[in-house]
Each structure stands twice: as C-alpha cells, then as structure tokens.
Design a protein around this ligand. Structure first.
Ligand code: PLP
Length: 355
C-alpha cells in the first residue's frame, strides 16, 4: 500500500501514506549510539575539508563555542597555559554569533548592550593587520579566531597575503589558527573554502550556514586528532548535533556542491557580477568588493545608509540586507544562473541610478 503510493502517485502531496512512510524514518538518536548516517557525513566532510576529525553541532554559534572550548582545553593540556589564563585573539568588527561568550568579544555595542557580565579571555585587534596579531601574542595566547572575509562586518576583504601571513605567525608562536568559515565556506567565495585562495590550512575550521543546504541547522568544527582529541567522551555534547536527518542533509549539501561544481561556478559568476556592478559606476557607490558570490556594495555616507536601497530592491524581487549600515550585501544562492544575474543587474541598475 505505502509502496504503490510512493511509486505511482509521488506528485500527490496529500498522500498521507507517503508522508507516513517518510516520517517513519528515524531522525533522532542519542549520540551515545551509532546510526547509519552520521559516520558517512563525518567521513565526507573530513575528506572534502582535509581534516582528521569533525564534530557536528547545529547552529554556527554553537560551532564557534565548540571551537573555543576545544581550543581552550588544548591550550591548558598541550601548551600548559596556567588554568583560566588562556587568551584568544579576535578582530575588531568580527561576527561569530550571538551567545553570551561570543558577544563578549564583539566590538559592536548593539550586540553587547544589556547582556553583561561578559566572558573574559579575549583580546581584539584590527582585521587585516598581521603586525597587530604578532604584537598581541603573549605566553597565554591559545589561538586567533578570525573570518577569512568579514561577512556581517560589511564584506571586508583583507589585503592579499593576509591568510598566508597569519598562518605563518600563528605557526611560529604555536597558537591555533581558528577560521570561522560559516559564511565564506562551502563554495561561497569561489573555492570550496576561502583558505584555499592562499593555499593555507587552518588548525580549526568552523562551518555552518550552507552545510544545512537552506533547510536545516547543521554546523561542524573540524580539526586534526592532535587538537580534537583533547575532548573526552562527555566533555561536550549536543542533543540534536549530528542527528541522522542533519547528517543526511549535510551529505546532500556537500554532494550538490561537488556534483554541480558550485565553487567554480561561484568564482566565474562572482567575477562577472563584481565587474558588472563596478561598471554601473553609480554616483552613490563608494566601493564594490568581494570574492566569488559574496559581494558588498558600499554606499557613500552622504547618501544615507544602504537600507533604503535594499528596500527599493525588495519589491523588484531582489532580497538583500544591509550590513554595517553602509553596505548592501549580495550573496545569491550558488545555483543562480548568468541569466538570473543579468536580470538582477538590470534591477540594481535602476535602483542605484535613480535615487
Ligand atoms: C552567521 C554566522 C555565524 C553565526 O551562525 P548562527 O547559525 O546564526 O549561529 C557565525 N560566524 C559567521 C562568520 C557567520 O556568518
């Protein structure tokens, strides 16, 4: 009965039998037990990213928290930093999420105000400044947590060579390079991971957002054994992290990225989109910048914020949101076609030309 329902009438969304059949699949098991999806997901993501271990969570913030926990424990166990003295260096204008610990090291008043007391153990330096990193390192420094491109901060692309330089400095001082690629990872910037633009490998990689394929919260932290194995069973956990449905979604997301060659597509279409946006030569625009399909258009302050521009684009069918007041961020789905980009460019042209 359920079988005929699936095969002969798959188009009938009202088919209760089909729904029941799908709903009968087990979607949540305790992580204390094996299931048939999680291991496949972890194997695939480790292969794609080039790490020995992965730890699945749900939201990006949780993955960042997990990375901070594993880094701190590594600092105390492996670097013998005196307990509770460890420090993690972060950047001004960072965005790593919204939990109390994460907003504790935000430099954005709105994200912090009213939510103290704050978690200690963080120190902020300017983004894109390798010398500032070198100068901030002390014997108690555990690691450097940074976005390869600051996304929420306004699509800020660091100077070329920055990733290579911070890799060199962090290695030389034996501190962990912790890359938050929740926004830049999984094809967005024209490589599977933004760190590949400069052929480096971080010590800890944090993924989220696209890992859930737009349907489900899936995040992960990746590292080699030397680091990840400071976690003992029971040190950390998550009820939903890595559940069978999340693992299946994660596998499907990565397979689509690979099979449809989406990083390469993001590179080609991103270059095209960026060049076309620059060509608009709008009097309102201070700068167009970005990598792959992560593009920011910064509005000159004398013309107000970016928000009215976003609001004008919305009824035309283009959803984008201002970041950091002045910047319109374009981050279209990686499956977008050139034809659709051309359609969007027409609309953007009218809005950036008319106000
Ligand atoms: C979105 C984002 C986060 C937070 O992810 P959530 O899933 O919203 O908790 C962290 N870091 C970066 C770089 C992000 O873009």
């Amino acid at each position: 009965m359920s079988r005929s329902c699936l095969t002969t009438r798959p188009h009938l969304s009202g088919c209760a039998e089909t729904k029941r059949t799908l709903a009968r699949q087990l979607t949540l098991t305790s992580r204390a037990f094996y299931n048939d999806k999680l291991a496949l997901f972890l194997k695939l993501i480790c292969q794609v990213a080039g790490f020995e271990k992965a730890l699945p969570m749900n939201t990006g913030s949780e993955a960042v928290e997990t990375a901070i926990k594993v880094a701190r424990k590594w600092g105390y166990l492996k670097k013998n930093i005196p307990e509770n003295m460890g420090e993690i260096i972060v950047c001004y204008n960072n965005f790593h999420g919204r939990t109390v610990t994460i907003i504790s090291f935000s430099t954005e008043d709105q994200y912090r105000f009213g939510f103290g007391p704050y978690t200690p153990g963080f120190r902020a330096i300017p983004f894109g400044d390798t010398r500032a990193l070198e100068e901030a390192i002390t014997p108690n420094t555990i690691g450097f947590l940074v976005e390869p491109i600051q996304g929420e901060g306004g699509v800020i692309v660091p100077p070329g060579g920055y990733l290579k330089e911070i890799r060199e400095v962090t290695s030389r001082h034996n501190i962990l390079l912790m890359l938050d690629e929740i926004q830049t990872g999984l094809g967005r910037t024209g490589e599977m991971f933004a760190f590949q633009h400069e052929s480096i490998v971080p010590d800890i990689l944090i993924l989220g957002k696209a890992l859930g394929g737009g349907v489900y919260p899936v995040s992960a932290v990746l590292a080699d054994k030397e680091i990840m194995d400071v976690f003992n069973p029971g040190d950390h956990g998550s009820t939903f992290g890595g559940n069978p449905l999340a693992a299946a979604v994660g596998i499907a997301s990565i397979e689509v990225l690979l099979e449809e060659n989406l990083p390469q597509k993001a590179k080609e279409l991103g270059n095209y989109f960026l060049e076309e946006l620059k060509k608009l030569d709008s009097p309102y625009v201070k700068e167009v910048r970005g990598k792959g399909l992560l593009i920011g258009v910064e509005i000159k302050p004398e013309f107000g914020t970016a928000r009215p521009f976003c609001e004008k684009l919305m009824p035309l069918g283009i959803l984008c949101k201002e970041t950091h007041e002045q910047t319109i961020r374009f981050a279209p789905p990686l499956i977008i076609t050139k034809k659709e980009l051309d359609w969007a460019l027409e609309k953007i042209k009218t809005v950036l030309g008319e106000m």
